[in-house]
Design a protein around this ligand. Structure first.
Ligand SMILES: NC(=O)c1ccc[n+]([C@@H]2O[C@H](COP(=O)([O-])OP(=O)(O)OC[C@H]3O[C@@H](n4cnc5c(N)ncnc54)[C@H](OP(=O)(O)O)[C@@H]3O)[C@@H](O)[C@H]2O)c1
Length: 249
């Protein structure tokens, strides 16, 4: 097993949008696997609660929609790993999402678009800011969670799906950047940008709230977390630019 596929132990991973159920599951799994996790969100209260649930996680309040704030956060994180020979951040897991629908195409409001576009804007800001660190790592990984609706858009979810489609396109561009940068250094590709695709996420709280409900095709947040931890056990060449379905049974 190469250094790159040795697992996430000892790696430093930024979880962007970390306080939802999926964020908690991802932070828990990464921490349990031995990673140092930096959890980011806009709400200090939610981050405090996350620290109680996931001991050892480090938290940072940052509006990831604000590119200057993201650049400052990245510069700080890249600079503060004492003695680090590489970029200081080995992983970026982007989980900022949300869903707002509308009644058909005329019902796709500007307000809803603004909320949906936030997912793309934060992805663009974070990948730009952390790109140099990920490239400098000998096992840089960036992941984004997209939706099955990109392959089957609906009128009511047009804004949501448009933002996810933009995110997928952006991630493929990031993957191309990693490929080109490795080739220009005649170096082996060790950095990967990966898209996970889900229909919907489910967690224990949702199941407990409605025990009789089945969640067909939903992906458990624990399965998403496991897939994220496993990014550090496959070579970048198998992950870079890939679109990996994680839809449940
Ligand atoms: N849930 C689903 O069924 C489903 C389906 C398909 C795809 N996905 C995708 O899976 C990913 C995770 O989904 P989720 O439902 O767990 O996400 P979510 O509920 O949208 O969680 C959003 C997270 O992002 C943070 N956040 C929001 N705006 C932010 C900003 N400007 N700067 C920093 N943090 C911000 C929130 O924390 P604060 O409030 O502290 O800011 C929260 O921790 C998302 O990309 C989502 O689109 C989810």
């Amino acid at each position: 097993m190469s250094e790159e596929t040795n697992g996430v132990r000892g790696r430093r991973v930024v979880v962007a949008g970390a306080t939802s159920a999926s964020g908690t599951a991802v932070c828990t799994a990464l921490t349990a696997a031995g990673a140092t996790v930096i959890a980011v969100g806009t709400s200090a209260e939610k981050l405090d609660a996350l620290r109680d649930r996931v001991p050892g996680v480090r938290t940072e309040v940052c509006d990831l929609g604000d590119s200057a704030a993201v650049d400052a956060l990245a510069a700080r994180l890249m600079g503060d790993r004492a003695g680090a020979a590489v970029g200081g951040v080995d992983g970026l897991i982007h989980l900022v999402g949300g869903w707002v629908g509308g009644k058909g195409i005329p019902g796709q409001t500007d307000e809803a678009w603004e909320a949906m576009e936030r997912g793309f804007r934060t992805l663009r800001n974070t990948t730009r800011a952390f790109y140099p660190a990920l490239l400098a790592s000998d096992a840089g990984r960036v992941a984004f969670v997209s939706s099955t609706t990109v392959s089957a858009p609906t009128a009511s979810g047009a804004s949501y799906t448009a933002s996810k489609a933009a995110g997928e396109s952006w991630m493929r561009s990031v993957a191309d950047g990693f490929r080109r940068d490795a080739a220009s250094r005649t170096a082996e590709l060790t950095t990967a940008a990966t898209i996970f695709v889900v229909k919907a996420l489910v967690d224990d709280g949702m199941r407990a709230a409605d025990p009789s409900k089945t969640f067909p095709g939903f992906t458990d947040v624990a399965a998403l977390a496991d897939a994220i931890v496993a990014l550090w056990t496959s070579p970048a060449s198998e992950l870079n630019g890939e679109r990996i379905p994680l839809t449940g049974d």
